[in-house]
Design a protein around this ligand. Structure first.
Ligand SMILES: NC(=O)c1ccc[n+]([C@@H]2O[C@H](COP(=O)([O-])OP(=O)(O)OC[C@H]3O[C@@H](n4cnc5c(N)ncnc54)[C@H](OP(=O)(O)O)[C@@H]3O)[C@@H](O)[C@H]2O)c1
Length: 336
Protein backbone atom coordinates (compact mmCIF):
# COMPACT_ATOMS: atom_id res chain seq x y z
CA UNK A 1 0.00 0.00 0.00
CA UNK A 2 1.08 3.59 -0.64
CA UNK A 3 1.40 6.20 2.10
CA UNK A 4 2.83 9.69 2.27
CA UNK A 5 5.25 10.26 5.12
CA UNK A 6 6.73 13.47 6.53
CA UNK A 7 10.48 13.03 6.59
CA UNK A 8 11.77 16.29 8.07
CA UNK A 9 10.16 19.70 7.89
CA UNK A 10 10.54 22.70 5.62
CA UNK A 11 8.11 22.21 2.76
CA UNK A 12 6.53 19.77 0.35
CA UNK A 13 9.88 18.14 -0.51
CA UNK A 14 9.60 16.49 2.94
CA UNK A 15 6.39 14.77 1.83
CA UNK A 16 7.59 11.40 0.56
CA UNK A 17 5.51 8.56 -0.93
CA UNK A 18 6.45 5.14 0.56
CA UNK A 19 5.29 1.60 -0.20
CA UNK A 20 4.56 -0.92 2.57
CA UNK A 21 2.82 -4.26 3.05
CA UNK A 22 -0.96 -4.31 3.39
CA UNK A 23 -1.65 -3.75 7.14
CA UNK A 24 -3.25 -6.38 9.40
CA UNK A 25 -5.26 -5.12 12.40
CA UNK A 26 -4.18 -5.95 15.96
CA UNK A 27 -7.09 -7.19 18.17
CA UNK A 28 -8.35 -3.66 19.06
CA UNK A 29 -7.68 -2.04 15.64
CA UNK A 30 -9.58 -1.30 12.46
CA UNK A 31 -8.16 -0.95 8.94
CA UNK A 32 -9.78 1.85 6.93
CA UNK A 33 -9.62 2.07 3.13
CA UNK A 34 -9.16 5.85 2.89
CA UNK A 35 -11.38 7.37 0.17
CA UNK A 36 -10.50 11.05 0.64
CA UNK A 37 -8.55 13.40 2.93
CA UNK A 38 -8.47 17.17 3.38
CA UNK A 39 -6.06 19.90 4.47
CA UNK A 40 -6.18 22.27 7.43
CA UNK A 41 -3.93 25.20 8.35
CA UNK A 42 -2.28 22.99 11.00
CA UNK A 43 -1.12 20.57 8.29
CA UNK A 44 0.87 23.33 6.60
CA UNK A 45 2.30 24.32 10.00
CA UNK A 46 3.31 20.71 10.65
CA UNK A 47 4.86 20.53 7.15
CA UNK A 48 6.79 23.78 7.70
CA UNK A 49 7.94 22.96 11.26
CA UNK A 50 5.93 25.72 12.97
CA UNK A 51 3.28 23.62 14.75
CA UNK A 52 3.50 23.72 18.59
CA UNK A 53 3.31 19.91 18.89
CA UNK A 54 6.37 18.39 17.18
CA UNK A 55 5.39 15.68 14.66
CA UNK A 56 6.88 12.18 14.82
CA UNK A 57 9.57 11.70 12.14
CA UNK A 58 8.09 9.70 9.26
CA UNK A 59 4.49 10.22 10.37
CA UNK A 60 1.65 9.82 7.87
CA UNK A 61 0.21 13.37 7.67
CA UNK A 62 -3.35 14.77 7.81
CA UNK A 63 -5.91 14.44 10.59
CA UNK A 64 -8.88 14.63 8.25
CA UNK A 65 -9.96 11.70 6.14
CA UNK A 66 -12.85 9.36 5.45
CA UNK A 67 -13.12 5.78 4.36
CA UNK A 68 -14.73 2.41 4.88
CA UNK A 69 -13.56 -0.29 7.25
CA UNK A 70 -12.11 -3.30 5.42
CA UNK A 71 -10.79 -5.33 8.39
CA UNK A 72 -11.22 -5.39 12.17
CA UNK A 73 -9.32 -7.04 15.02
CA UNK A 74 -10.72 -9.90 17.10
CA UNK A 75 -11.85 -7.75 20.05
CA UNK A 76 -13.38 -4.82 18.13
CA UNK A 77 -17.01 -4.20 19.12
CA UNK A 78 -17.76 -0.51 18.36
CA UNK A 79 -17.42 -0.75 14.58
CA UNK A 80 -17.80 -3.32 11.82
CA UNK A 81 -16.42 -4.06 8.36
CA UNK A 82 -18.21 -1.82 5.83
CA UNK A 83 -18.81 1.07 8.26
CA UNK A 84 -18.00 4.53 6.85
CA UNK A 85 -15.79 6.34 9.37
CA UNK A 86 -13.61 9.34 10.02
CA UNK A 87 -10.80 9.74 12.55
CA UNK A 88 -10.91 11.78 15.77
CA UNK A 89 -8.34 14.62 15.95
CA UNK A 90 -7.07 14.00 19.51
CA UNK A 91 -7.42 10.28 18.99
CA UNK A 92 -7.21 9.29 22.70
CA UNK A 93 -9.54 12.08 23.94
CA UNK A 94 -12.95 10.44 24.05
CA UNK A 95 -14.95 12.75 26.36
CA UNK A 96 -14.65 15.32 29.16
CA UNK A 97 -11.64 17.61 29.50
CA UNK A 98 -8.29 17.19 27.79
CA UNK A 99 -5.13 16.50 29.79
CA UNK A 100 -1.45 15.95 29.03
CA UNK A 101 -1.99 12.21 28.49
CA UNK A 102 -4.47 12.82 25.67
CA UNK A 103 -2.59 15.16 23.34
CA UNK A 104 -1.64 12.68 20.60
CA UNK A 105 -3.01 13.89 17.26
CA UNK A 106 -3.67 12.06 14.00
CA UNK A 107 -1.28 13.28 11.32
CA UNK A 108 1.21 14.65 13.89
CA UNK A 109 2.28 12.29 16.69
CA UNK A 110 0.10 9.43 15.35
CA UNK A 111 -0.09 8.23 11.75
CA UNK A 112 -2.85 10.13 9.95
CA UNK A 113 -4.95 9.67 6.83
CA UNK A 114 -2.81 10.45 3.76
CA UNK A 115 -2.46 6.77 2.97
CA UNK A 116 -4.29 4.02 1.10
CA UNK A 117 -5.11 2.16 4.34
CA UNK A 118 -5.16 3.77 7.80
CA UNK A 119 -4.81 1.59 10.88
CA UNK A 120 -6.69 3.08 13.84
CA UNK A 121 -7.59 1.92 17.31
CA UNK A 122 -11.36 1.30 17.27
CA UNK A 123 -11.74 4.14 19.83
CA UNK A 124 -10.12 6.67 17.46
CA UNK A 125 -12.86 6.67 14.81
CA UNK A 126 -16.51 7.65 14.50
CA UNK A 127 -19.26 6.68 12.04
CA UNK A 128 -20.05 9.18 9.27
CA UNK A 129 -23.43 10.64 8.30
CA UNK A 130 -24.95 8.81 5.31
CA UNK A 131 -25.78 11.94 3.30
CA UNK A 132 -22.15 13.00 2.74
CA UNK A 133 -20.03 11.86 -0.20
CA UNK A 134 -16.42 10.86 0.47
CA UNK A 135 -15.03 14.32 -0.32
CA UNK A 136 -17.43 16.05 2.08
CA UNK A 137 -16.98 13.38 4.74
CA UNK A 138 -13.22 13.95 4.69
CA UNK A 139 -13.51 17.55 5.97
CA UNK A 140 -14.98 17.19 9.45
CA UNK A 141 -12.25 16.14 11.88
CA UNK A 142 -10.39 19.45 12.45
CA UNK A 143 -12.08 22.54 10.96
CA UNK A 144 -15.60 21.12 11.25
CA UNK A 145 -15.23 20.07 14.87
CA UNK A 146 -13.42 23.27 15.90
CA UNK A 147 -16.22 25.37 14.42
CA UNK A 148 -18.88 23.20 16.04
CA UNK A 149 -17.32 23.57 19.47
CA UNK A 150 -16.76 27.30 18.96
CA UNK A 151 -20.47 27.89 18.36
CA UNK A 152 -21.92 25.33 20.79
CA UNK A 153 -19.59 24.96 23.78
CA UNK A 154 -20.07 28.32 25.54
CA UNK A 155 -23.88 28.47 25.80
CA UNK A 156 -23.78 31.47 23.45
CA UNK A 157 -25.21 32.11 20.90
CA UNK A 158 -28.94 31.57 21.30
CA UNK A 159 -31.22 31.65 18.23
CA UNK A 160 -31.48 35.18 16.86
CA UNK A 161 -28.15 36.30 18.36
CA UNK A 162 -25.26 37.52 16.23
CA UNK A 163 -22.18 35.48 15.37
CA UNK A 164 -19.10 36.96 13.66
CA UNK A 165 -16.84 34.78 11.51
CA UNK A 166 -13.52 36.03 10.15
CA UNK A 167 -12.46 35.19 6.62
CA UNK A 168 -13.57 32.33 4.45
CA UNK A 169 -11.23 29.59 5.68
CA UNK A 170 -12.26 26.10 6.68
CA UNK A 171 -13.17 26.92 10.30
CA UNK A 172 -15.06 30.10 9.37
CA UNK A 173 -17.24 28.50 6.70
CA UNK A 174 -18.23 25.67 9.04
CA UNK A 175 -18.89 28.19 11.84
CA UNK A 176 -21.14 30.19 9.50
CA UNK A 177 -23.06 27.04 8.55
CA UNK A 178 -23.42 25.83 12.16
CA UNK A 179 -24.49 29.29 13.38
CA UNK A 180 -27.25 29.40 10.74
CA UNK A 181 -28.27 25.86 11.69
CA UNK A 182 -28.73 27.14 15.28
CA UNK A 183 -30.95 29.99 14.06
CA UNK A 184 -28.39 32.78 14.51
CA UNK A 185 -27.61 35.86 12.42
CA UNK A 186 -24.10 35.90 10.96
CA UNK A 187 -21.62 38.59 9.95
CA UNK A 188 -18.75 37.40 7.75
CA UNK A 189 -15.66 39.58 7.40
CA UNK A 190 -13.41 38.81 4.45
CA UNK A 191 -10.19 40.27 3.08
CA UNK A 192 -11.42 39.35 -0.44
CA UNK A 193 -14.58 41.23 -1.36
CA UNK A 194 -15.09 38.99 -4.39
CA UNK A 195 -16.13 36.20 -1.98
CA UNK A 196 -19.06 38.22 -0.60
CA UNK A 197 -21.73 36.62 -2.82
CA UNK A 198 -20.64 33.11 -1.91
CA UNK A 199 -20.66 34.01 1.81
CA UNK A 200 -24.20 35.40 1.40
CA UNK A 201 -25.25 32.26 -0.47
CA UNK A 202 -24.08 30.20 2.52
CA UNK A 203 -26.34 32.27 4.76
CA UNK A 204 -24.29 35.27 5.92
CA UNK A 205 -26.71 38.10 6.77
CA UNK A 206 -24.03 40.78 6.53
CA UNK A 207 -20.67 40.61 4.70
CA UNK A 208 -17.93 43.18 5.24
CA UNK A 209 -14.89 43.48 3.02
CA UNK A 210 -11.88 44.55 5.09
CA UNK A 211 -10.37 46.26 2.05
CA UNK A 212 -13.45 48.54 1.88
CA UNK A 213 -13.70 49.08 5.66
CA UNK A 214 -10.34 48.31 7.34
CA UNK A 215 -11.62 49.48 10.78
CA UNK A 216 -14.80 47.39 10.51
CA UNK A 217 -15.49 46.79 14.23
CA UNK A 218 -17.66 49.88 14.82
CA UNK A 219 -19.58 49.32 11.56
CA UNK A 220 -20.41 45.77 12.58
CA UNK A 221 -21.48 46.86 16.08
CA UNK A 222 -23.64 49.66 14.67
CA UNK A 223 -25.36 47.40 12.15
CA UNK A 224 -25.99 44.48 14.51
CA UNK A 225 -26.32 46.04 17.96
CA UNK A 226 -23.18 44.15 18.96
CA UNK A 227 -21.85 40.67 18.27
CA UNK A 228 -22.70 37.96 20.81
CA UNK A 229 -20.07 35.41 19.72
CA UNK A 230 -16.91 35.91 17.65
CA UNK A 231 -15.17 32.88 16.16
CA UNK A 232 -11.78 34.62 16.10
CA UNK A 233 -9.61 32.98 13.45
CA UNK A 234 -7.92 36.17 12.26
CA UNK A 235 -5.56 36.68 15.20
CA UNK A 236 -3.48 39.86 15.55
CA UNK A 237 -4.92 41.34 12.34
CA UNK A 238 -8.53 41.24 13.51
CA UNK A 239 -8.67 40.82 17.29
CA UNK A 240 -9.06 44.52 18.19
CA UNK A 241 -11.85 44.95 15.61
CA UNK A 242 -13.58 41.84 16.97
CA UNK A 243 -13.48 43.36 20.44
CA UNK A 244 -14.94 46.64 19.14
CA UNK A 245 -17.68 44.73 17.27
CA UNK A 246 -18.73 42.76 20.37
CA UNK A 247 -21.64 43.53 22.63
CA UNK A 248 -20.88 44.39 26.28
CA UNK A 249 -21.22 40.78 27.52
CA UNK A 250 -20.04 39.23 24.24
CA UNK A 251 -17.84 36.16 23.93
CA UNK A 252 -14.75 35.74 21.76
CA UNK A 253 -13.49 32.23 21.06
CA UNK A 254 -9.86 32.95 20.31
CA UNK A 255 -8.52 30.31 17.93
CA UNK A 256 -5.48 32.12 16.49
CA UNK A 257 -2.83 33.72 18.74
CA UNK A 258 -0.12 34.63 16.22
CA UNK A 259 0.13 35.78 12.63
CA UNK A 260 2.24 33.96 10.03
CA UNK A 261 5.34 35.91 11.15
CA UNK A 262 4.81 34.95 14.82
CA UNK A 263 3.50 38.41 15.77
CA UNK A 264 1.35 37.93 18.91
CA UNK A 265 -2.18 39.06 19.80
CA UNK A 266 -2.18 42.41 21.63
CA UNK A 267 -4.92 43.02 24.17
CA UNK A 268 -5.83 46.70 23.69
CA UNK A 269 -6.25 47.74 27.34
CA UNK A 270 -8.16 50.95 26.62
CA UNK A 271 -10.78 48.99 24.66
CA UNK A 272 -10.99 46.06 27.04
CA UNK A 273 -11.44 48.37 30.02
CA UNK A 274 -14.86 49.33 28.64
CA UNK A 275 -15.83 45.75 27.88
CA UNK A 276 -17.10 42.68 29.78
CA UNK A 277 -16.35 40.36 26.88
CA UNK A 278 -15.28 36.84 27.84
CA UNK A 279 -12.30 35.52 25.89
CA UNK A 280 -11.99 31.74 25.76
CA UNK A 281 -9.94 29.16 23.93
CA UNK A 282 -10.50 25.62 22.76
CA UNK A 283 -8.48 22.77 21.30
CA UNK A 284 -10.53 21.30 18.42
CA UNK A 285 -12.60 18.79 20.42
CA UNK A 286 -13.02 15.18 21.51
CA UNK A 287 -14.73 12.18 19.91
CA UNK A 288 -17.99 12.76 21.78
CA UNK A 289 -18.11 16.31 20.35
CA UNK A 290 -17.32 14.91 16.88
CA UNK A 291 -20.21 12.45 17.14
CA UNK A 292 -22.57 15.23 18.32
CA UNK A 293 -21.52 17.46 15.42
CA UNK A 294 -22.12 14.66 12.92
CA UNK A 295 -25.58 13.92 14.37
CA UNK A 296 -26.52 17.60 14.00
CA UNK A 297 -25.05 17.72 10.47
CA UNK A 298 -26.97 14.60 9.55
CA UNK A 299 -30.25 15.96 10.95
CA UNK A 300 -29.89 19.20 8.97
CA UNK A 301 -28.28 17.60 5.87
CA UNK A 302 -25.39 20.06 6.25
CA UNK A 303 -22.93 19.86 3.33
CA UNK A 304 -19.33 21.06 3.80
CA UNK A 305 -17.98 23.45 1.17
CA UNK A 306 -15.33 21.98 -1.14
CA UNK A 307 -12.98 24.26 -3.06
CA UNK A 308 -10.94 21.79 -5.13
CA UNK A 309 -10.11 18.08 -5.28
CA UNK A 310 -6.63 16.76 -6.10
CA UNK A 311 -5.56 13.22 -7.03
CA UNK A 312 -3.61 11.17 -4.45
CA UNK A 313 -0.48 11.48 -6.59
CA UNK A 314 -0.83 15.30 -6.45
CA UNK A 315 -0.70 15.71 -2.65
CA UNK A 316 2.23 18.15 -2.90
CA UNK A 317 0.25 20.30 -5.35
CA UNK A 318 -2.71 20.23 -2.95
CA UNK A 319 -0.52 21.55 -0.11
CA UNK A 320 0.92 24.28 -2.37
CA UNK A 321 -2.53 25.28 -3.63
CA UNK A 322 -3.89 25.44 -0.06
CA UNK A 323 -0.89 27.48 1.15
CA UNK A 324 -1.31 30.20 -1.47
CA UNK A 325 -4.43 31.13 0.53
CA UNK A 326 -7.06 32.10 -2.03
CA UNK A 327 -9.48 29.25 -1.43
CA UNK A 328 -13.16 29.05 -0.59
CA UNK A 329 -13.87 25.79 1.19
CA UNK A 330 -11.87 22.68 1.80
CA UNK A 331 -8.98 21.43 -0.31
CA UNK A 332 -9.49 17.69 -0.69
CA UNK A 333 -7.17 14.88 -1.81
CA UNK A 334 -8.79 11.81 -3.34
CA UNK A 335 -8.00 8.37 -1.99
CA UNK A 336 -5.28 6.32 -3.72
N1 LIG B 1 -7.44 26.26 18.57
C1 LIG B 1 -7.93 25.37 17.74
O1 LIG B 1 -8.45 24.35 18.17
C2 LIG B 1 -7.89 25.59 16.25
C3 LIG B 1 -8.42 24.61 15.41
C4 LIG B 1 -8.43 24.85 14.02
C5 LIG B 1 -7.88 26.02 13.52
N2 LIG B 1 -7.33 26.92 14.37
C6 LIG B 1 -6.74 28.16 13.82
O2 LIG B 1 -7.78 28.88 13.20
C7 LIG B 1 -7.28 29.59 12.06
C8 LIG B 1 -8.13 29.26 10.84
O3 LIG B 1 -7.94 27.91 10.50
P1 LIG B 1 -8.44 27.39 9.09
O4 LIG B 1 -8.05 25.96 8.99
O5 LIG B 1 -9.85 27.80 8.87
O6 LIG B 1 -7.47 28.28 8.17
P2 LIG B 1 -7.61 28.66 6.65
O7 LIG B 1 -8.53 27.71 5.98
O8 LIG B 1 -6.26 28.84 6.17
O9 LIG B 1 -8.36 30.12 6.72
C9 LIG B 1 -7.71 31.31 6.80
C10 LIG B 1 -8.65 32.42 6.26
O10 LIG B 1 -8.56 33.55 7.10
C11 LIG B 1 -8.80 34.72 6.33
N3 LIG B 1 -7.83 35.75 6.64
C12 LIG B 1 -6.50 35.66 6.57
N4 LIG B 1 -5.95 36.83 6.95
C13 LIG B 1 -6.98 37.66 7.28
C14 LIG B 1 -7.08 39.00 7.74
N5 LIG B 1 -5.98 39.74 7.94
N6 LIG B 1 -8.29 39.54 7.97
C15 LIG B 1 -9.41 38.80 7.76
N7 LIG B 1 -9.36 37.51 7.34
C16 LIG B 1 -8.16 36.96 7.10
C17 LIG B 1 -8.75 34.35 4.88
O11 LIG B 1 -10.08 34.44 4.40
P3 LIG B 1 -10.46 35.58 3.36
O12 LIG B 1 -9.68 35.30 2.11
O13 LIG B 1 -11.93 35.45 3.17
O14 LIG B 1 -10.09 36.87 4.02
C18 LIG B 1 -8.28 32.90 4.89
O15 LIG B 1 -8.91 32.13 3.90
C19 LIG B 1 -5.81 29.17 11.92
O16 LIG B 1 -5.00 30.16 12.54
C20 LIG B 1 -5.72 27.89 12.72
O17 LIG B 1 -4.43 27.66 13.23
C21 LIG B 1 -7.32 26.73 15.71
Amino acid sequence: MRSYRLEGSGGTECLVMRDAAQPEPKPHEIVVRVRATSLNRRDTMILNGTYPLPPRHGVVPLSDGAGDIVAIGDTVTRLAVGDRVTGSYFARWIDGRINAGLIDQLGCTLDGMLTEYAVLDEQWAARLPDHLDWHEAATLTCAGLTAWNAVTSTGIPKPGQWVLVIGSGGVSLFALQFAKLLGCCVVAVTSRGEKADRLRALGADLVISTSDIPQWGATVRDQTGGIDLVVETGGPATFAQSLIASTLYGHIVLLTLQDAQGGPIQLPAALYQRSLVTISRLFVGNRTNLEAMMRAGSQHRLRPVIDKVFAFSEAGDAYRYFQQGDVFGKVVIDGA
